[in-house]
Design a protein around this ligand. Structure first.
Ligand code: GLU
Length: 469
């Protein structure tokens, strides 16, 4: 059997984490089985579907590297096909026109609720053989007895009595088809072998299976993926932070890290945490998908992202870093070597944005010093170290090959003080803060002129502080 899976989003918003996880699992299953992965846009709800969402879905899929095979299908381009199939079921007496008014439906629903019954259509028009009319919907003749049984990859065997199901509307009065019908027609036409989707659709599956039977079509296998919860146990939603995949791009996550994070949402392989895409394809197993909901955990994502940043190509990160600065309206000085900046921060940044924030002092003049640090560090005892550093820096001709660490050590030795007495004021001079990368590395990146400028500026501030005291 050729494996064909599909991702079938409704374009009513961005590509969110749950959708991306569904797409990834469908993609991996297809790739692992040398099959096909189809992208189908379920845009029949014309009021809620937008081109913007379609674009956002494409963009998210592309960013994550989830390439689909062949053309993209749009349900709105397939209305003729659905009509034809509705007609077929009508002709074969497997569907019928129904003209029950909303009032009547409301009334029976209310009665059923009062009697503690599950609300369902009572089948009034089922045997009336009504002709088509402006207000008629088409209902599917659901079998009235027997069970629908299917073996879900994740949930195991699920049995539903047909008595629980009613005659589903498959076409509205204006002729437009409904979700449960179009999805079956498409999955049959596109020869989908495995339907992998969120478990919010699990109740639709028995209804859809009855439609497969009515069409004489072979059933696919189903896999319903457990939902994703936020850290607080509620279903993942906007209020848990970024749920749009592209927001992660904006926030400085690498696509391979997000993909790696997504694959672990409801699936695991031994205690392995990091997977390349090839490893995912090789090791992914639909049968091992967890039944229990998985929880979204931002610190885990951060950890994974950090691992990928550490191992990513420096010039690629430099490009991302540059874009990040530019997006925030910050110009990168001509003489600043971003590769060096990346090398310096690679091992300690969880995201590109964090890297941009912590390296910003390299790009901008120091206009402010951390207040507490100034109190602690910019004291009289800082004057001599800063002056000595200025003298020593001035003596250097070839800055890029200079032993700047040695220069700092020499200052310490000359002045016969502890390392901190030199290192701390120097760090504050260079960064405005009390922590950061090694001073000599910062000096190297800043260059001679900028380094001197910063130490001199700090020296004036120290002197000013002392006179003001
Ligand atoms: N269009 C449906 C949705 O976005 C998915 C349908 C399916 O996968 O069967 O929820």
């Amino acid at each position: 059997m050729t494996v064909v899976t599909r991702f079938a989003p409704s374009p009513t918003g961005y590509l969110h984490v749950g959708g991306a996880r569904t797409a990834l699992f469908s993609y991996l299953f297809a790739r692992a089985n040398k099959g096909k992965f189809i992208l189908r846009i379920e845009d029949t709800d014309r009021e809620r579907s937008t081109q913007e969402s379609v674009d956002a879905i494409f963009q998210g899929m592309e960013w994550l590297g989830l390439e689909h095979d062949g053309e993209v299908y749009f349900q709105t381009e397939r209305f003729d096909r659905y009509k034809e199939k509705v007609q077929q079921l009508l002709d074969e007496d497997k569907a019928y026109y129904c003209t029950c008014s909303k009032e009547r439906l409301d009334e029976i629903r209310e009665k059923q609720m009062q009697n503690g019954e599950k609300p369902r259509y009572d089948g009034k028009c089922r045997h009336l053989n009504l002709p088509n009319s402006d207000d008629a919907v088409v209902r599917f003749k659901n079998p009235t007895d027997g069970d629908v049984v299917f073996d879900d990859y994740v949930r195991g065997v699920i049995t539903t009595s047909n008595k629980e199901l009613d005659d589903l509307i498959i076409a509205r009065p204006d002729g437009t088809p409904t979700y449960n019908f179009t999805v079956v027609i498409d999955d049959v036409d596109m020869q989908i072998s495995h339907v992998i989707r969120g478990d919010d659709h699990i109740n639709n599956t028995p209804r859809q299976i009855n439609i497969y039977h009515a069409l004489g079509a072979e059933l696919p296998r189903f896999a319903h993926l457990p939902m994703i919860l936020g850290d607080d146990g509620a279903r993942l939603s906007k209020r848990h932070g970024a749920v749009s995949v592209m927001e992660y791009a904006k926030n400085g996550y690498l696509p391979e890290a997000v993909l790696n994070y997504l694959v672990r949402l409801g699936w695991s392989y031994e205690d392995k945490e990091l997977f390349t895409k090839d490893e995912m394809i090789e090791l992914f197993d639909l049968k091992k998908v967890n039944r229990a909901p998985s929880s979204f955990n931002t610190s885990k994502l951060d950890w994974i992202n950090q691992q990928y940043i550490q191992n990513a190509d420096t010039s690629r990160l430099a490009e991302l870093l540059k874009n990040r600065y530019n997006d925030s309206g910050i110009q990168v000085p001509q003489n600043l070597n971003l590769n060096q900046v990346v090398e310096m921060f690679k091992a300690r940044s969880t995201t590109i944005n964090a890297m941009a924030d912590s390296s910003l002092f390299l790009l901008q003049d120091i206009t402010e010093y951390d207040e507490n640090t100034v109190k602690k560090v910019f004291k009289e005892s800082a004057i001599e170290p800063l002056q000595t550093l200025i003298t020593k820096c001035n003596e250097i001709d070839d800055w890029s090959n200079a032993d700047l660490h040695g220069l700092i050590e020499e200052t310490v030795n000359d002045l016969q003080v502890g390392f901190g007495k030199v290192g701390q004021p120097l760090r504050v001079a260079l960064t405005g803060q009390s922590s950061g990368p090694a001073n000599d590395e910062i000096m190297k990146i800043l260059g001679k002129e900028e380094t001197l400028k910063r130490i001199q500026q700090a020296l004036s501030v120290v002197k000013e502080n002392i006179t003001n005291q």
